[in-house]
Design a protein around this ligand. Structure first.
Ligand SMILES: [Zn+2]
Length: 444
């Protein structure tokens, strides 16, 4: 039998396909050619079928689909640790907004986004869904770093440094999204900030634009109790009821946070097929509350994980989000059986991809899907002994255990080191900007 020539054959003592449950294969392999996965199966079988140009050894490794971060503000990486331990209002009004107004520019956004992409890739995140301004700079950085990204063009009703009105933001969003249409790695989406920063007319126009361009709408929903009160005061109904009433909810919408949603609102999410990005550590740090994730899952809502921006977290570590969420919801519901390791891992991969409308391209290891693959090196004290691979990844693994990251068939991290960028240069740029953001700050 003639062997089929392929680019890369990756082996793993364990392969989690995340297809049909977690789809565990002992002594497995994944065959990759070009940007796609061509086969997944037992190592011996694939070794007999394929002649790879490159072979990746899988001893002590587990291969799985790359993690999907469904909510981030990557350009806020430079505000990491700038202001902590305060209320959301004070944090935004006295620290974030003044810093943004003083410093935001395409150059700032591009450099900060590079740092964020580097951090995410090294921690096994291969896809990010973002929301911010100066989107083209973010998109260029994601593309340069080789990361898969959905970049949300931010829309608000008031002037900020990148625009002066809803009309202006909507026009910029359309131009940006059209520019990146058809790119295999980076695409745009429409990102009205929230129902309190955008009136009903702006939200309707944002959704109409998303529908016209065939892309996702990405917005914050019910992050705080204040927001629920504010929307009730203005419109006489709760935020999700408000969004349903004005006709902007459907399966091409991802709602972020959803901390303060009641049973009726959860039913509205389920009925309209809205995806939810759960950002547990940001919600904890800002004392926003506990999102009713178990209720949402039981109602059939697609819930996935997001890191939120580094300014409110303070890292872009999805492994930590998975672990925190899996534990927190057990405590909140007084039930240790909820959000088990397999459910949590599905949320971080396949469900995340589905929530972003990318379920046919990424989120699991299957022939025909894009080759977004990560590998964990399990030969560590904190990962020994091994009884259950899912348990280790959810409850014990760290970003530094990720030793290989491939996106779209291209290896970006090898032996735990980024191979497509100059890491020292990215860190030096962070220090350069730190001096501008806070000259009296610590520095290194
Ligand atoms: Zn956010």
């Amino acid at each position: 039998m003639n062997l089929q020539t392929i680019d890369t054959l990756l082996f793993g003592d364990y392969v989690l396909t995340m297809n049909d449950g977690v789809g565990l294969i002992r002594n497995g392999a994944v065959a990759v050619h070009g940007t796609e996965i061509v086969a997944v199966g037992p190592a011996g079988e694939l070794a007999r079928r394929f002649a790879p140009v490159t072979t990746i050894n899988g001893s002590g490794r587990v291969l799985m689909p790359g993690l999907v971060n469904t909510h981030c503000h990557v350009a806020m990486a430079y505000f990491r640790g700038l202001a902590d331990d305060m209320h959301l209002k004070e944090w935004l009004e006295q620290h974030m907004w003044p810093a943004e107004n003083r410093l935001l520019s395409p150059a700032f956004v591009a450099d900060s986004a590079e740092l964020a992409c580097l951090e995410m890739l090294k921690g096994g995140i291969t896809t990010v869904n973002d929301m911010y301004f100066f989107c083209d700079a973010t998109a260029q950085s994601a593309k340069k770093m080789g990361m898969r990204a959905v970049i949300g063009a931010g829309i608000v009703d008031f002037p900020m440094i990148s625009g002066n009105s809803a009309d202006d933001y909507l026009a910029k969003a359309e131009e940006f999204i059209r520019q990146w249409q058809g790119d295999d790695l980076v695409n745009g989406c429409v990102a009205p900030h929230s129902a309190y920063a955008c009136g009903p007319e702006t939200l309707r126009r944002a959704k109409a634009l998303a529908d016209r361009l065939g892309c996702l709408m990405h917005l914050h929903v019910s992050e705080t109790a204040w927001e629920v009160g504010e929307i009730q005061t203005r419109f006489g109904r709760r935020p999700v009821e408000h969004l349903a009433e004005i006709g902007v909810l459907d399966r091409n919408v991802i709602a972020v946070h959803c901390v303060w949603v009641d049973d009726r609102e959860i039913a509205l999410f389920a009925g309209h097929g809205v995806g939810v990005a759960h950002c547990v550590e940001s919600n904890l740090k800002l004392a926003s509350g506990f999102a009713p994730v178990v209720k949402m899952l039981n109602a059939g809502v697609t819930v996935a994980f997001g890191t939120d921006g580094a300014a409110s977290n303070n890292d872009l570590n999805l492994l930590s989000e998975i672990s925190t969420a899996a534990k927190l919801h057990k405590a909140v519901t007084n039930d240790p059986t909820v959000l088990n390791a397999k459910t949590a891992l599905l949320m971080a991969t396949r469900k995340g991809a589905e929530a972003l409308g990318l379920g046919d391209r990424v989120g699991s290891l299957e022939p025909g899907k894009r080759a977004d693959i990560i590998s964990f090196d399990l030969r560590k004290p904190h990962l020994s002994p091994l009884y259950d691979v899912c348990s280790h990844i959810v409850y014990a693994a760290r970003p530094t255990d990720v030793d290989l990251v491939m996106v779209n068939g291209r290896i970006l991290v090898q032996d735990g080191t980024a191979v497509v960028c100059d890491e020292a240069e990215i860190l030096a740029k962070a220090e350069y900007w730190r001096q501008k953001i806070s000259p009296q700050g610590e520095g290194i």
